[in-house]
Design a protein around this ligand. Structure first.
Ligand SMILES: [Zn+2]
Length: 240
């Protein structure tokens, strides 16, 4: 007679790997380094990972560069957002794409890499781009990030990773009235339920203040909590 024991199954219990469903890229632009470091001190409890897209690298102090190095050390990505934050389409129409590379892209990569950053991704200032510029930049980056505007049904939105090196990010900032916590949760839920990666971007995380190119820390906390609670992934642009 064979006796089955319910308990026998538990002897070899191994820890199941966590199953993730979808993910989010949180990216931040320009050079709000003190605010980025402050946000990290609040959001690191969620084990978040962000991508900080730096413009004006040549103007940063040693102290600011050290803070960025600390963020990289903690697993965040530092990406390029060009040297002088010029509008790529306007600059290229006037000076040509080669000059844009020489003036805005290569010095940004070189400055950042010399300082110890591993540069793999690029965020277009103002989201200004075209196919000619994409082709010129792709030999230098794995991912190019443009911008996605407007409120649409999540299934219709183009702010999700689509297996292309060109991605479009939806705004976190308070100057877009449609970038509400409720709508962001709808976008996140679509990512979770359909195993998609939502791409988001903002500028300056703040505690409180008037609307503008800033994101209230509360909004970021709600997003990070949702990602953690739903076992979604925090991805950097370089992880795509
Ligand atoms: Zn910018």
């Amino acid at each position: 007679m064979i006796i089955f024991s319910f308990h026998s199954c538990s002897w070899n219990t191994v820890e199941e790997p966590i199953e993730y469903s979808g993910g989010v890229v949180l990216s931040f632009d320009d050079y709000n380094i003190n605010e980025w470091q402050w946000a990290d001190s609040i959001l690191n409890k969620y084990n978040w990972k962000a991508t900080f897209c730096v413009s004006g690298f040549d103007k940063l102090s040693d102290n600011e560069i050290n803070k960025l190095l600390q963020l990289q050390q903690k697993g965040h990505e530092i990406a390029s957002h060009s040297l002088k934050h010029l509008n790529a389409v306007e600059y290229v129409s006037e000076h040509g794409v080669q000059k844009y590379l020489e003036d805005e892209i290569l010095p940004s990569i070189e400055g950042l890499e010399t300082a110890g950053f591993s540069i793999q991704s690029f965020a277009y200032p103002y989201g200004s781009r075209n196919e000619e510029i994409d082709s010129a930049l792709l030999p230098h980056f794995n991912i190019l990030r443009a911008l996605a505007w407007g409120k649409k049904e999540p299934s219709e939105h183009y702010c999700y990773y689509n297996n292309s090196p060109l991605v479009y990010a939806f705004s976190l900032d308070s100057n877009y009235e449609y970038s509400t916590i409720d709508y962001l949760l709808e976008l996140l839920q679509f990512a979770r339920d359909n195993d998609r990666i939502l791409i988001l971007y903002g500028h300056k995380p703040i505690e409180t203040g008037p609307d503008g190119y800033n994101t209230k820390i509360n909004k970021l906390e709600v997003i990070c909590e949702y990602v953690a609670d739903n076992r979604m992934k925090f991805l950097r642009l370089m992880d795509l």
